[in-house]
Design a protein around this ligand. Structure first.
Ligand code: HEC
Ligand code: HEC
Length: 292
């Protein structure tokens, strides 16, 4: 009998300890998300002009639409889907970024901080917003995006508010899930020359999120957690020509065996809008890395 009592007591103590740890981690996760970030609001006033609006529109239609557009189309009137769908983590939607949505409350400096540093207007760390990919966005492209966003029609459309489960806060507390927060940007970020070079390809591969799924070095390793498993692009690009690469990225036909790729896995319907120069730059990057 005594041994049973000791056993019950030990199990009880262990369960209580686990509960205390889980609650502490959850609180830590809550603070990670809802604690105020010390990032200053950059001093920035964007004077829009026609050419930058066109560039901004293009960037928005190959990047932001995936989460902030209805049906992955412009304008950026808010995403249709819960971006955490299929996970036990809760609800987060891409915001309505037209003058009829949250955009109206944002200053240009606050937009800069949200896009490149992952901190929203209230100073809260954001989730799922890919500020890691956008951290290197040039000042020129940032201004173009802001000019475009402000030029959109005002669409009044409500998207559901952020609502996370205790499990999400636990994972944030454990640092298994990360927020979007990046280092503050304090220096000017120069714009790369837009040509078919590896340097421009490198800029685009980060901006377009290729590395999140295909790995930091695009070789299929060192990928971000919770993303579709993209294959090794260096090996594929060294075995296939530019036309085959373009058909894969813009048309959804795999280079390897020509099968049609699912847009939920490889978001090619959005990349279908990439220009020949952009496709060429990405291909040059892969070729130059494959040769090393
Ligand atoms: C992978 C999905 C995804 C992509 C791609 C994306 N965003 Fe976001 N974005 C989000 C989510 C989700 C939020 C809200 C996050 C939160 O509240 O924690 C957000 C929030 C924002 C906010 C703050 C809005 C608010 O509700 O306060 C801005 C500004 C923003 N995004 C701009 C952009 C721009 C510009 C691009 C393209 C260059 C972009 N986003 C691409 C998912 C995305
Ligand atoms: C959301 C994750 C994701 C992003 C972002 C992404 N990919 Fe993919 N990609 C995949 C997955 C998964 C596959 C494999 C799909 C299949 O085989 O059906 C793939 C397949 C490919 C293929 C064909 C590979 C083959 O087997 O022939 C190419 C080429 C490619 N991606 C290039 C890119 C480029 C370039 C970018 C950035 C502009 C990019 N991908 C962004 C997930 C992604």
């Amino acid at each position: 009998m005594r041994i049973v009592k000791i056993l019950m007591f030990s199990i009880g103590t262990l369960l209580a300890a686990a509960l205390v740890i889980a609650v502490a981690l959850g609180i830590n996760g809550w603070n990670t998300l809802h604690g105020r970030q010390a990032h200053a609001i950059p001093a920035l006033r964007i004077a829009p002009h026609d050419s930058s609006i066109a560039r901004g529109r293009h960037l928005a239609e190959v990047q932001c639409v995936a989460c902030h557009g209805s049906n992955a189309r412009l304008p950026l009137s808010g995403g249709d889907h819960n971006l955490l769908e299929g996970s036990p983590l809760g609800v987060v939607h891409g915001s309505n970024l037209t003058p009829g949505g949250v955009l109206a409350q944002y200053s240009d400096g606050e937009l800069s901080r949200a896009i490149r540093e992952g901190v929203n207007r209230e100073g809260r760390a954001m989730l799922v917003m890919p500020s890691g990919d956008l951290h290197g966005l040039s000042d020129h492209d940032l201004a173009a995006l802001i000019a475009y966003m402000r030029s959109q029609p005002a669409v009044s459309r409500e998207v559901p508010r952020l609502n996370l489960t205790p499990m999400a806060y636990l994972l944030l507390g454990l640092r298994v899930a990360e927020t979007s927060v990046q280092h503050p940007i304090e220096q000017p970020v120069p714009h790369p020359t837009e040509d078919m070079t590896a340097a421009y390809g490198d800029y685009l591969a980060t901006l377009l999120g290729c590395r999140a799924c295909h790995g930091k070095a695009l070789d299929g390793r060192d990928r971000e957690p919770f993303t579709p498993e993209g294959p090794d692009l260096l090996k594929l690009a060294s075995a296939h020509d530019l036309g085959t690469f373009a058909r894969a990225v813009r048309g959804g036909r795999a280079m390897s065996d020509g099968h049609e790729m699912a847009p939920q896995m490889m978001p090619w319907p959005v990349f279908a809008r990439l220009s020949d120069t952009e496709i060429g730059a990405l291909y040059t990057l892969l070729q130059s890395r494959a040769r090393r």
